[in-house]
Ligand binder design. Structure first.
Ligand code: HEC
Length: 158
């Protein structure tokens, strides 16, 4: 929540300049921006969204906690670098991430899954606001990472 307060304070200072035709895609400080811009950060977010889902499916709590931390970091980075993103859409993604972390501590898989659905909805809400509603995120249907085991280490098969 402390982090969000910082975003609140700085958001007012950011002029809503637009890169290409995508709102929210202009970095606050160009020199510190992700190499390929916001879209590249989003690609990482997409991979981690998939990994998170399979960590849930395999009940790999440690991996799940790890991936959620990475997702939160990436979203926070996007918020810091692209400060014309309205804070409510960042909050929309941060809230389900926090809810999922709480559910992990309770080992409550049903609550984790609700959090994942809320997170996916938050991805799409921000995309619609950014006029890229055609980038529609859904619950993953297959796992593209054949070089990584998603079951906890003590269980042998994938
Ligand atoms: C706070 C706003 C916001 C949230 C939340 C958000 N996105 Fe994005 N996303 C964007 C914007 C803006 C772009 C367009 C960036 C550009 O084109 O420069 C984008 C683009 C993308 C792209 C297209 C990248 C490409 O090169 O094909 C993917 C995939 C993506 N987001 C996935 C996700 C996923 C998965 C989530 C949720 C876990 C998510 N996004 C949450 C704002 C958001």
């Amino acid at each position: 929540m402390k982090r969000l307060a910082i975003i609140f304070l700085t958001a007012a200072a950011a002029a809503p300049a637009l890169a290409d035709d995508v709102p929210f895609a202009e970095p606050f400080q160009k020199a510190n921006a992700a190499p390929g811009g916001l879209a590249d950060l989003m690609m990482m977010t997409q991979w981690r969204h998939i990994k998170t889902w399979y960590a849930i499916k395999r009940k790999n709590w440690d991996l799940l906690d790890y991936e959620l931390g990475k997702l939160a970091d990436t979203i926070e980075r996007a918020a810091m670098l692209y400060q014309n993103i309205p804070v409510e859409f960042i909050e929309g993604a941060v809230k389900p991430l926090n809810a999922m972390r709480k559910a992990i501590s309770e080992k409550n898989i049903a609550k984790v899954e609700i959090g994942f659905a809320d997170l996916t909805a938050a991805c799409n809400a921000c995309h619609r606001a950014a006029q890229i509603g055609f980038v529609t995120i859904q619950t993953p249907t297959s796992l593209p990472f054949s070089d990584q085991k998603f079951l906890p280490p003590q269980q042998s098969v994938k």
